[in-house]
Write a protein that binds this ligand. Structure first.
Ligand code: ATP
Ligand code: CA
Ligand code: CA
Length: 433
C-alpha cells in the first residue's frame, strides 16, 4: 500500500532526525523488553536513561549511521502501558523500525509540532514542546493510574516518551501514540471538536481544494451532525468521556479536543481514495490509486506538498512499494492479542459502529479519541484568557480555565450523542417551534 503523505526518505530534510528517533526507540524498547517482568516501583516514574550513539558503536549502544544522543523516559512505565493497551512487543518494534520509512504530516496544528506515522500507519510520533514534555512527566503517575482504572479511555494512548539530541545540540522531545484512524479504512470526514465556537470554523470554501480537511465545531453545527449511538453505546461513551474529562480537569489540562473520523460503509474504501489520488496526482495515477486503499488520513496537502508528493509517489511506484505489514497483524488472532480482546467494541475494529435506538447497526463507523492533552493551564493561557476575554462573551472564549473548559467540552460532546431516531425527533421539534 502506498499512502498519500510525505514519505521521509534520505532526501527528506528531516531524514536524519527521523532515522535517529527510530534507531533510539528500537534500542530502548528492545532493551527494556529483554528484561524479566517485574512490578513498578515509584522510582520508575522518574527514571531517565541517556544513550550515546555513534558510527563506531560502544559497549552500550550498537553502531548507528549518525552521531546522536538519545534519552529514554520511564521505560518501565511505558512498557506496562503498552501491555495494558494490548500492544504486541514484537509488532511495535516492527512497525517503528522495519526500514526507515515514515510519513510526515507537515505541521497540521499551529503549535509547530511535527507528526510522523510509522510506516504501517498504526503509530504516530509527535514532537512536543519542552513544557509539554515536562508536564507529561509530571502527570505520569496520574495518567498511569487512570489507564489502570480505565483501559478503554478515550484519552491519547502514550506508548513512549523520548528525546533526541542532534550533533548541533538541538533537543527534540517526542511521544509515540496511537493513530486513532485505522490503516485499512478510508476516513471520509474528520472533525476536531472542542465545544467552543470562537475560531472554530474551517472555511467551507477551502473544502473544494481540500475535501479531506479537518472540520471544526461550527462546521459540525452547520451540518446538523450528530454522533449516532443507540442507548447502550451512548451510555457507555458518555460515562467514559465524563471520567476522562474529570481527570483532565483535575490535572488542569485544556485545549484538548475530540478527534472524530467517520468511515461511511456505503462508500467503502476504494472509490474515494481513487478519486482523491486522481485529484492529487493527476490522471496518470489511476492504477496506483488502487494501491492507496487503506490510507487512514486523507489529508490534502498544499500545492508545494502536492508537487513533492507527486514526485514521491512516482518514485515509490517506479522503484519500491513498501510491503504492508498487514500480514503481521493478520497472523495474530484477536484472542492472542493479550488484553486487546477485553477492550470494548474491538469488534468494530477499534471504532464505534453507529447504532439505532434498538441497537441495530448503522452505516458508519466512528473512530475517535481525545487528543492534544498536554497543555497545562499555565501562564500563557491565563494571558490569552485575559486579552480575549475583553472582547468575547466569557464561556465562548477558547482559553477558559480547565474546569470550565472541561464542563463546556463535556456538555457539547454529550449533547451531540443520540440515536438517529432521537435526532429525527429533535429535528421535527425544531421545525415545529
Ligand atoms: P494545536 O496545538 O495548534 O491544536 P498540535 O500541533 O498540538 O496543534 P494536535 O491538536 O495534537 O496538534 O493535532 C493536530 C491534528 O493532527 C489533529 O487535528 C489530527 O488531524 C491529527 N492528529 C493528532 N493526533 C492524532 C491521533 N492520535 N490520531 C490521528 N490523527 C491525529
Ligand atoms: Ca489541538
Ligand atoms: Ca497543542
Amino acid at each position: 500500500k502506498v499512502v498519500v503523505g510525505t514519505k521521509v526518505d534520505h532526501n527528506h530534510v528531516n531524514w536524519v532526525t527521523a532515522y535517529n528517533m527510530l534507531t533510539g526507540i528500537r534500542f530502548c524498547v528492545s532493551r527494556i523488553n529483554a528484561k524479566v517482568d517485574r512490578d513498578l516501583t515509584d522510582l520508575d516514574f522518574d527514571a531517565k536513561h541517556k544513550f550515546s550513539f555513534d558510527v563506531t558503536g560502544n559497549e552500550l549502544t550498537p553502531s548507528a549511521k549518525y552521531d546522536f544522543k538519545f534519552k529514554d523516559y520511564s521505560p518501565w512505565v511505558f512498557r506496562k502501558l503498552r501491555g495494558k493497551f494490548g500492544l504486541d512487543p514484537a509488532d511495535y518494534l516492527m512497525s517503528l523500525t522495519s526500514k526507515y520509512i515514515l510519513s510526515e504530516l507537515g505541521s497540521p496544528g499551529k503549535s509547530g509540532s511535527f507528526f510522523y506515522f510509522s510506516r504501517d500507519y498504526k503509530y504516530i510520533i509527535k514532537t512536543i514542546h519542552h513544557g509539554e514534555h515536562r508536564f507529561l512527566r509530571h502527570i505520569l503517575r496520574d495518567y498511569y493510574q487512570h489507564i489502570q482504572e480505565n483501559p478503554d479511555t478515550l484519552i491519547s494512548q502514550f506508548y513512549g516518551l523520548h528525546r533526541v539530541k542532534t550533533p548541533f545540540g538541538r533537543k527534540i522531545h517526542f511521544v509515540v501514540m496511537n493513530n486513532l484512524f485505522p490503516p485499512h479504512r478510508d476516513i471520509h470526514q474528520t472533525f476536531d471538536l472542542k465545544g467552543s465556537t470562537i475560531g472554530r470554523e474551517f472555511k467551507e470554501e477551502g473544502l473544494a481544494e481540500n475535501p479531506r480537511a479537518t472540520l471544526k465545531d461550527i462546521n459540525w453545527i452547520n451540518r446538523d451532525m450528530h454522533l449516532s449511538l443507540g442507548p447502550a453505546k451512548k451510555a457507555w461513551f458518555i460515562e467514559q468521556v465524563q471520567k476522562d474529562v474529570k481527570l483532565l480537569q483535575k490535572l488542569e489540562i485544556m485545549d484538548y479536543s475530540l478527534l472524530l473520523g467517520i468511515h461511511d460503509l456505503t462508500r467503502g474504501n476504494k472509490d474515494d481514495i481513487r478519486n482523491s489520488a486522481l485529484k492529487v496526482f493527476g490522471p496518470g495515477s489511476a492504477a496506483e490509486a488502487d494501491d492507496i486503499a487503506g490510507n487512514p488520513l486523507q489529508r490534502t496537502p498544499s500545492k508545494m506538498e502536492k508537487a513533492r508528493q507527486a514526485r514521491e509517489l512516482r518514485r515509490v511506484i517506479n522503484k519500491e512499494v513498501p510491503v504492508p505489514l498487514d500480514q503481521l497483524s493478520a497472523n495474530r488472532l484477536p484472542d492472542e492479542a493479550s488484553e486487546q480482546k477485553e477492550h470494548r467494541y474491538y469488534a468494530d475494529d477499534g471504532g464505534y459502529r453507529a447504532t439505532s435506538e434498538n441497537d441495530e447497526p448503522g452505516d458508519v463507523i466512528y473512530y475517535l479519541g481525545i487528543i492534544d492533552c498536554l497543555t497545562h493551564y499555565g501562564f500563557v493561557k491565563r494571558l490569552e484568557h485575559f486579552w480575549r476575554g475583553l472582547s468575547h462573551p466569557k464561556d465562548q472564549v477558547s482559553a477558559i480555565p480547565p474546569h470550565g473548559y472541561g464542563e463546556r467540552f463535556f456538555k457539547f460532546i454529550s449533547g451531540i450523542v443520540m440515536s438517529p431516531e432521537e435526532h429525527a425527533r429533535q429535528r421535527q421539534e425544531g421545525k415545529n417551534n
